[in-house]
Design a protein around this ligand. Structure first.
Ligand SMILES: [Mn+2]
Length: 454
């Protein structure tokens, strides 16, 4: 859109735009901040929001950890979370002054409104907006300009805090702020920081009921998009047209964006794992791998289905398809909450679902040279899903209740121009049972063929 037109539209609208996203209850974000404070060992977490590109209309998405802790979608903000500390007695030997117990504290810092920029980006809230703290669901909201003074006061009252600063690794504003804070205390440089992202990983991994509801909405919208595509795939149709139809359906179903660029790979492209050119015209006799899903109110889904372009699998395509589906089902059936791991690049870990899928594929299929097909399973079996389509996780650890992850075996045979991947998103319920969030979408080869006929 022309910039001047865009600015004119914003001026005409003339109102503070409400955030269109659904959200977990505000109290849940507060609970997450309190949980993070419990991991800070008396320290302070400092996180900055993502910056919004102003003039080039690049997509803007909030920083994930920042969003997880605040629910705040606007750019340029920061959050400070201060862990409660116990009272300290005076100690003459170490020249330690007595200090009373200090309570938990949380502050959202908001940038000062810039009315000129707002003509381009829409109206924003700042710390002077009436009811800002209640709207944000924070104990305290302060202007960004107050942040250096607040940090200085926090570390001046308890110097231990400067050694327990938890920030996002590589955050330039956090490093600048801590450097300046050290300067205000007469130090040359700030001590090394704690990686706050690592502290947030285990919190993000276990989903609340409200998060699960959003993941279900993302998955239901993505199922609708995959159903639409099953009716559209046929010989002579461009891969890109299918990608467009998927995107259109996702938006129509309430997604704000795709979780990742749709992959529509037919023929030889089906054997390229993250093919995203989507430039070929689909041909009869080929299969097409369609890895596409949407994001609903910041929560992602991730689905792959493999279709015969002309609506009917050949015997060999069907054989490979059934093998991949069998491997997915074997992995899901083997799942034990608190014990099973998902990935295992060497396929040797007895507790990994990867090893189960690998063994199944090796036991049930051969390539053109009589060799087992496990060697053609060339990517990980799955990953956690959440605010990121690949939510962060330490994959040496088992999966447990409340976690949401994909199981996505694939076999890629360039020699036979056949690639098959089947990917569903699973949730581990309170009883440790695996629930397929994509259950409503066809799985069996015959179901896929039937869906393509209607
Ligand atoms: Mn995936």
């Amino acid at each position: 859109m022309n910039i001047r037109w865009f600015a004119a539209l914003v001026v005409l609208a003339g109102v503070v735009p409400a955030c269109a996203l659904e959200s977990v209850p505000k109290a849940e974000y507060h609970e997450r901040r309190v949980a993070l404070a419990g991991k800070l060992k008396g320290g302070v977490a400092v996180l900055f929001a993502a910056e919004q590109p102003l003039v080039d209309f690049m997509p803007y998405r909030q920083d994930e950890d920042f969003y997880y802790l605040t629910g705040w979608t606007e750019p340029g903000a920061a959050v400070v979370i201060v862990a409660a500390t116990d009272a300290v007695a005076a100690d003459a030997a170490t020249a330690t002054a007595a200090r009373p117990a200090q309570p938990y504290r949380e502050i959202l810092f908001l940038p000062t409104r810039n009315e000129r920029v707002e003509k381009f980006t829409g109206a924003k809230m700042d710390a002077t907006t009436p009811g800002a703290a209640a709207t944000a669901g924070f104990d305290e909201v302060q202007p960004m300009t107050a942040m250096p003074g607040v940090l200085n006061a926090l570390v001046a009252s308890d110097r231990e805090r400067l050694r327990k600063m938890a920030v996002e690794p590589g955050s330039a504003p956090a490093q600048a702020l801590l450097g300046f804070t050290a300067t205000t205390l007469g130090l040359d440089a700030a001590p090394p920081t704690v990686n706050v992202a690592e502290l947030v990983v285990p919190l993000r991994a276990v989903k609340s009921e409200a998060e699960l509801a959003l993941l279900k909405k993302a998955s239901d919208a993505s199922i609708a998009a995959q159903m639409a595509e099953m009716k559209a795939v046929r010989p002579g149709v461009k891969e890109r047209k299918v990608a467009g139809l998927i995107t259109e359906t996702l938006m129509d179903e309430g997604c704000e964006r795709v979780s990742y660029a749709p992959i529509v790979g037919s023929g030889a492209n089906a054997t390229t794992l993250h093919y995203s050119d989507n430039s070929a015209v689909m041909q009869a006799g080929d299969v097409v791998v369609i890895d596409a899903a949407g994001e609903y109110s910041m929560y992602a889904s991730d689905i792959t289905r493999t279709l015969p372009v002309n609506g009917k699998f050949t015997a060999r395509q069907r054989e490979i398809y059934d093998l991949v589906l069998g491997a997915q089902r074997a992995a899901a059936a083997a799942f034990v909450a608190g014990k099973s791991k998902i990935n295992d690049p060497l396929h040797k870990e007895p507790d990994s679902l990867d090893q189960v899928a690998f063994a199944y594929i090796n036991a049930h299929g051969k390539d053109l040279h009589g060799q087992p097909l496990g060697q053609y399973m060339v990517h990980g079996l799955g990953h956690l899903v959440g605010i990121d389509v690949h939510d962060p996780w330490d994959y040496t650890k088992p999966l447990d209740k409340g976690m949401v992850f994909t199981i996505e075996p694939g076999i890629y045979l360039p020699e036979e121009k056949i690639g098959v991947r089947i990917e569903d998103v699973f949730y581990v319920d309170a009883d440790g049972k695996l629930v397929d969030l994509i259950a409503a979408l066809p799985h069996e080869a015959a179901e896929i063929e039937a869906a393509m006929r209607h």
